[in-house]
Design a protein around this ligand. Structure first.
Ligand code: BES
Ligand code: ZN
Ligand code: ZN
Length: 486
């Protein structure tokens, strides 16, 4: 990750390759600009060439300075600041500079400082480890970022940056795990990566393989992995930041390292994106990393169920009836609805651990992408207060989620003539019946499910992200846990 320094004045000449000043629409030349740049700024503004709309950029004869617009002053919120910081890093990259200082001329509060720092640290990261030839062809990465953002007290500013370093590290870790393809990110390797991270940040880690899963009666998870040569894993991470013995809040993720659909095979078009089917698991690993780094004063349990979904002579078949940890039998109508099977066991086990509240996240249904597109994760919970908490965490983090109902009337769609329930509920409300399926395995524990199929990865990223895995909802989960620990 890039190195971030807080600045309490404009940087000395030469300390950074590029200095980027943010300006709201219609502002006068910021004081920080040298006189000759300020003149250019005034002229550009008078001529209507630079208006300060979000993303407008103005360069000067002096190659050290750039001004970037952030839009109307009244619309400048953490989201806009995160995006502005991302654009500052991109401005440095396009000029092949490796250090950039960002100057915010007005005052921002601690949340604003956090957003600026997150934008810088997320934008500077890239997944390059599999490009081995001609590294010179791509622009060098920004290695050093400076931030001057007056407004909050020095201690609040320091604290905001400490949190931002934690969340960005967690999210960048999630992005890396997501971007590694199926042959390089198997359940075994995901378990190893989680264990390595845990050792580094001081989390307890336990990784279960097939024998332990068998002994623990995780039949639904095992049934999915039977169709593949890769062994399944259950990844268990514990952060003990709260009072001894206090029930933890739990984060549960779908870690399907490649989803071909199984016997209900997916069409080939775009199937390569199914390497991202472990995005929920990656976000849980990333959030646990951030929680440990930030040392949040709360007990948190992170659980990732990990498997491949392929096909062989032992794979689940449509019509098969499988067992589950909770004891309910499941008729597998479609082997491509595998995420809910592996989560069923992970959720049932998490409940047994005495979790107070559970939030799971999963690239669970294509239907959720149809409902909400790419700008909000689906949020499913019978609890109104948890719904409110998660929506607020979504706003704060810029990783929004939006509620859909999980009324009992949807349960009927899961009735099976031969088993306790079936794994698909037909075409109507596909993401709701998927959530309703999961609910069968959490009992009365307060729970919410986030369907991140449309938000976890993509081609059209925010300015501080790149094409590929976005690390969503790492910061949403972190902010939710942080609010819980306050
Ligand atoms: N991993 C997919 C869901 C998905 C689809 C994620 C598109 C990201 C983009 C999941 O395992 C799946 O295949 N779900 C099926 C469920 C159906 C068979 C009821 C789906 O959404 O089509
Ligand atoms: Zn599937
Ligand atoms: Zn899947």
């Amino acid at each position: 990750m890039a190195e971030l320094t807080l600045l309490d004045a404009s940087p000395e000449g030469g300390a950074f390759d590029l200095i980027v000043v943010g300006v709201p629409a219609g502002s006068a030349a910021p004081d920080a600009l040298p006189a000759n740049c300020a003149e250019t700024y005034e002229r550009a503004q008078a001529a209507g060439v630079f208006r300060g709309r979000a993303g407008d950029e103005l360069s000067f004869g002096d190659p050290s300075w750039v001004v970037i617009g952030v839009g109307k002053a009244e619309d400048v919120d953490p989201r806009a600041l995160r995006e502005f910081a991302g654009r500052a890093v991109r401005a440095a990259e396009s000029r092949r500079r490796t250090s950039v200082a960002l100057l915010w001329p007005g005052a921002v509060d601690a949340d604003g400082v956090q957003a600026l720092a997150e934008g810088l640290l997320l934008a500077a990261w890239d997944f390059r480890e599999l490009k081995k030839v001609d590294p010179e062809k791509v622009a060098p990465l920004v290695e050093r970022v400076g931030l001057r953002a007056p407004g909050a007290s020095a201690s609040d500013t320091e604290e905001a940056v400490r949190i931002a370093r934690a969340t960005a590290e967690g999210q960048n870790l999630a992005r890396r795990l997501q971007n590694l393809p199926g042959n390089r990110m198997t359940p075994t390797l995901l378990g190893e990566a989680a264990q390595e991270m845990a050792a580094e940040v001081g989390l307890e880690a336990e990784i279960w393989g097939p024998e332990r899963l068998e002994a623990e009666r995780m039949h639904a998870l095992l049934s999915v992995s039977k169709g593949s040569d890769e062994e399944p894993r259950l990844i268990i991470l514990r952060h003990r930041g709260g009072t001894d013995g206090a029930g933890p809040v739990a984060l549960v993720g779908k870690g399907l390292t490649f989803d071909a659909g199984g016997i209900s095979l997916k069409p080939p078009q775009g199937m390569e994106d199914m390497k991202f089917d472990m995005s929920g698991g990656a976000a849980v690993v990333g959030a646990m990393c951030a929680i440990a780094r930030a040392n949040l004063p709360i007990n948190v349990l992170g659980v990732v169920a990990s498997s491949e979904n392929l096909m062989n002579g032992r794979a689940n078949k449509p019509g098969d009836v499988i067992d589950s940890r909770k004891g309910k039998t499941i008729e597998v109508i479609n082997t491509d609805a595998e995420g809910r099977l592996i989560l069923a066991d992970a959720l049932a086990w998490t409940v047994e651990q005495g979790a107070k509240t559970i939030v799971d996240c999963a690239t669970l249904t294509g239907s959720c992408v149809i409902a909400l597109g790419h700008h909000a994760s689906g949020l499913f919970s019978p609890s109104e207060s948890l719904t409110t908490e998660l929506r607020e965490a979504g706003e704060r983090s810029g990783q929004r989620c939006w509620p859909l109902p999980v009324w009992d009337v949807y349960r009927k769609q899961l009735d099976s003539p031969v088993a306790d329930l079936k794994n698909v509920g037909g075409r109507p409300a596909g993401s709701i019946t998927a959530a309703r399926f999961l609910q069968e395995f959490v009992g009365d524990t307060v729970w919410a499910h986030l369907d991140i199929a449309g938000t976890a990865y993509g081609d059209d990223p925010a300015p501080y992200l790149r094409k590929g895995g976005f690390g969503v909802p790492t910061r949403l989960l972190f902010e939710w846990v942080r609010a819980r620990s306050a």
